[in-house]
Design a protein around this ligand. Structure first.
Ligand code: 9MR
Length: 360
């Protein structure tokens, strides 16, 4: 008795609720992004084991931290996450091999005006991708090979990353061919945000069509979908899914979360004046926001379920105790996921798990 009384109080995933991976078993994989040190402790651990059929690494499969130096790789944290997933029968999505953020300076070392510089950078990118994809061959079912390739504005469809500057638009071809050469079976994705916006989508499709014409082995498109309540509608996202279907591609929803704040347009430009004040839990404002969020989650899952091309839907996080939106675009507690900070199902959970529980 005494021992039980002294046992630490840990939140456990509810046992009497439906498991999302079962509810959507014949529809799409249910994914959650997490890092190994979060995955092994409550509340994430219990939620993942019960509800997830896919795991994405938030951080530990990016070039930084894996690519310590040109010939030194650090796979320990990523392997720990893969072990956790495999030990619990959960598949792994790889994220990401080539991105304008979290890239490493050593890829670009050397004198850009020296002969052979471009070939050197190309070889480093190819070697890195071949080694990483080979390391996880058979353990990862899909890779975000290139992340966020499209520009947000301007005449050039391509984002002006260092990759694009040094290797030209071909950097995407190089990355996908390297990934394919290392694993003939893994699904290869081009992942981006904002594809629900017609101008961003047009830039992305310019890139995609150029690559498909050239026989670049792209299997599917990842739609990040970092949303805010009251902003994007399923009707705006539908054409983005349809555009990829028309090209014979798979759709994955790769980074879904719904901020309870209706900003952040003003928030990005002029923080903090353009931002709503931090929401306190258990207030009328917060309850109303969670209800609006649940309605959105429900409507978006209906959209995804209506598209056979959508084979994986991942939330960017597990529970509200750990979310990048607590610090971005400003520091402010956010509640963007399906489970609350203790791991309890939120109205958003019920909206996707059981339609009879949807808010009135
Ligand atoms: O959630 C991730 C955050 O913790 C990291 O600091 C950041 C930089 O590595 O990446 C975040 O994840 C991003 C993802 O990799 C790509 N799409 C946008 C995500 C949110 O910024």
């Amino acid at each position: 008795m005494a021992a039980a009384a002294l046992a630490p109080v840990v939140a456990r995933a509810d046992t009497g609720i439906p498991a999302l991976k079962d509810v959507y078993r014949n529809t799409f994989r249910i994914g959650m992004a997490v890092d190994p040190w979060v995955a092994v402790a409550p509340p994430a651990r219990d939620i993942l084991i019960k509800h997830a059929s896919s795991i994405t690494a938030c951080e530990v499969m990016k070039p930084d931290p894996i690519g310590v130096a040109a010939d030194i790789y650090s796979f320990g944290d990523a392997d720990a996450l893969v072990d956790f997933a495999q030990g619990n029968g959960i598949a792994v999505r790889g994220h990401t091999l080539c991105w304008h953020k979290r890239e490493l300076d050593w890829f670009f070392n050397g004198d850009p005006s020296a002969p052979g510089y471009k070939a050197k950078v190309r070889a480093r990118l190819e070697t890195y991708i071949v080694n990483v994809v080979s390391h996880f061959r058979g353990k990862v079912y899909a890779w975000d090979v290139v992340n966020e390739p499209a520009a947000d504005d301007g005449a050039d469809a391509y984002r002006g990353s260092r990759w694009r500057q040094v290797l030209g638009p071909d950097y995407i071809d190089i990355a996908f061919h390297a990934a394919r050469s290392a694993d003939p079976h893994v699904q290869l994705f081009l992942n981006d945000y904002g594809l629900e916006k017609p101008d961003k989508r047009a830039r992305f499709l310019t890139i995609l069509d150029e690559k498909l014409r050239r026989g670049v082995p792209i299997d599917g498109v990842g739609h990040q979908l970092h949303l805010n309540i009251g902003s994007t509608t399923p009707a705006q996202v539908e054409p983005a899914l349809a555009a990829m279907e028309a090209r014979g591609l798979i759709n994955h929803i790769t980074e879904l979360d719904i901020s309870v704040y209706g900003d952040p347009a003003g928030c990005w430009d002029t923080p903090p004046s353009g931002c709503q004040p931090e929401m306190q839990p258990d207030t009328e404002t917060c309850r109303a926001a969670l209800k609006a969020q649940a309605e959105m989650y429900g409507a978006f899952f209906d959209l995804f379920a209506a598209h056979e091309s959508v084979t994986s839907v991942t939330t960017w996080g597990v529970a509200d105790d750990q979310t990048w939106l607590d610090v971005y675009p400003i520091q402010r507690k956010n509640y963007p996921l399906l489970f609350d900070a203790l791991g309890k199902p939120k109205p958003a959970f019920w909206a996707v798990a059981d339609r009879t529980h949807r808010p009135e």
